[in-house]
Design a protein around this ligand. Structure first.
Ligand SMILES: [Zn+2]
Length: 555
């Protein structure tokens, strides 16, 4: 992966943007107003206290009041209760910027809670619910509960309600009544309901004399600072970023030699340097297990070979990323088509054609073209990324018009990384909903030349973003699972990421960030800066195996 700046996304206005902030904390938006509303008291149903929280059900929604603990500020509270503790300022704003006081509850949207607090809220609201061997047994307790609500809470997605309906032997549109038992099958059950584990099994939080908040991680035997701490918790994976963060952490801990840290040593990580998604370790807000289409003739895959033309991507020992990505794409196309899947390519190479090249050294050609209308010889890396975004979205829209189901459409962008040389194997980027607000639009006369980009802007709805995040994450897990099964190397820590930090800023590759395709991933097949990985990449059998792994993950 080479750094590429996408066309700047533009926001309609700051009002829209601030609305988005609200939407993120409220979890969703309906129309132009945030869906979330403060509960009115008194409630129809008695609330059971458990000391720390009070959960409420109102208008098919859950909200939770949380009581601060003594000495707790908003940051501490967010660390305790949320899966996005770094967004604590939004919580403060949501509660009118009031100071926290013991005994005075604050209101928290359900979606902002971490899984253990969600579970607490659910147990409080639905004390008869329980996990059984076939799934979660939910007892309808309140008037106003709907199948959609139940699916949303327990599977992470309202749209999955037909699966619950079927499992509970209910007909479409059939009413549900209080006391009735509804089964949410294990296959779609959200993680928090299948295991009651603490949020951060490996981190503790503390303050120093100056009041600075730190996370602490206890190094285990054989673990190195780089992978166990920096790469895992701070979201840095590129050579330069990893080294500068490791230096900072060494300094903060008064250490000098990263190779001489004793096992069991508690390593302090400044709170502000934790990756925004450290608590969820890269998982989206809601994790959904999608029921996949297995009939290949109903599946459509857009394959994107990274870089090309004037933009070779990463270069290592005279080898260029674009040629190897293209060869893997050609092989994947062949494998998928053998099975009856319809494939679209974003890039063609008139020189190399589509025949896989069984060689270890692929000479860098510069003839690659984008399959836009008209086609375009790649003369600029940045323009090429922007045009791909338009191209992918236009293929997607065309398929929708043909009646193809969104969930049966995939975008797979193939790249090779150049990361810290200690890192080995495959890694997947998926689009995080928070990274995709606003719209995608470019300016410049060049974009008027192509049917796909002429006068186009791409808008993103919050609901679509959430769906894309959970579907793409689910597919990423499948990819990594197949890679592991085939004994292909994958990143040891966090092989799936919604973003990484480059120069201390969050970054998601534009092609997945701005793709409307529900299953969108960017697969970094190996790390070219690692010599073992590079040797694998040069072996055409490994490239073929990669194509087979991708095919297997889809079918
Ligand atoms: Zn790349």
């Amino acid at each position: 992966m080479q750094f590429m700046t996408p066309g700047k996304p533009t926001f309609n206005s700051t009002i829209i943007f601030s609305l988005f902030i609200l939407c993120i904390i409220a979890g969703s938006c309906a129309g132009s107003a945030p869906r979330y509303t403060q509960p009115n008291y008194p409630l129809k149903h008695p609330v059971q206290k458990d000391g720390a929280i009070q959960a409420h059900f109102k208008r098919a929604r859950i909200t939770v009041d949380v009581f601060p603990q003594s000495g707790e500020g908003f940051i501490d509270l967010a660390v305790r209760i949320s899966h996005e503790p770094k967004q604590w300022a939004k919580l403060e704003k949501w509660n009118g910027n009031r100071k926290l006081q013991v005994g005075r509850k604050i209101n928290v949207p359900y979606d902002y809670l971490n899984t253990s607090y969600r579970l607490k809220a659910i147990k409080q609201l639905f004390p008869q619910d329980k996990l059984t061997s076939i799934g979660w047994e939910h007892v309808v307790t309140y008037r106003g509960e709907t199948m959609w609500f139940i699916a949303d809470v327990f599977s992470g997605e309202g749209e999955q309600y037909p699966i619950i309906q079927k499992a509970s032997k209910k007909k479409e549109g059939q009413a549900i009544s209080i006391g009735e038992k509804i089964t949410i099958p294990v296959s779609i059950l959200s993680g928090e309901f299948s295991e009651d584990l603490p949020e951060h099994p490996d981190l503790t939080f503390s303050r120093d004399e100056k009041g600075q908040l730190f996370a602490e991680y206890k190094l285990k035997r054989g673990e190195a600072l780089y992978s166990a701490v920096v790469i895992r918790f701070t979201g840095r994976i590129e050579h330069k970023d990893v080294n500068s963060m490791a230096d900072k952490i060494l300094r903060v801990n008064g250490l000098s030699d990263p190779r001489k840290i004793p096992t069991g040593k508690k390593i302090k990580i400044p709170f502000e340097d934790l990756s925004d998604d450290f608590a969820s370790e890269g998982a989206p807000d809601k994790v959904v297990s999608v029921q996949r289409e297995r009939k290949s003739s109903r599946i459509y895959v857009i394959l994107d070979a990274g870089h090309g033309g004037a933009d070779p991507g990463t270069m290592e020992n005279g080898l260029t990323e674009d040629e190897y990505a293209y060869d893997i794409v050609a092989r994947t196309k062949q494998e998928l088509e053998k099975k009856g899947v319809t494939v679209f390519l974003t890039v063609s190479d008139p020189n190399d054609g589509l025949t896989p090249r069984n060689k270890s050294t692929l000479i860098n050609g510069k003839k690659e073209r984008l399959n836009t209308s008209p086609s375009w010889k790649i003369t600029d890396g940045r323009v090429s990324v922007n045009l791909r975004v338009y191209l992918v979205n236009s293929i997607y829209q065309r398929l929708l018009k043909q009646g193809v189901k969104p969930k049966n459409i995939y975008l797979i962008s193939i790249h090779l990384d150049s990361l810290h040389p200690n890192i080995r194997g495959a890694m997947v980027y998926y689009p995080n909903a928070d990274m995709r607000n606003g719209q995608f639009k470019t300016s410049g006369s060049l974009y008027r030349r192509f049917q796909e980009s002429r006068g186009k802007k791409i808008l993103f709805k919050a609901a679509d973003n959430r769906r894309a995040a959970s579907y793409s994450y689910d597919f990423s897990r499948e990819l990594i699972r197949v890679f592991k099964k085939k004994r292909m190397p994958v990143h040891k820590v966090r092989p799936i990421r919604p973003f990484v930090y480059r120069n201390n800023r969050k970054w998601t590759p534009a092609i997945v960030r701005y793709s409307k395709v529900p299953n969108s991933v960017l697969l970094e097949v190996v790390n070219m800066s690692n010599s073992k990985d590079l040797a694998l990449l040069k072996n055409y059998r490994f490239r073929q195996k990669t194509a087979q792994a991708i095919t297997q993950a889809i079918l």
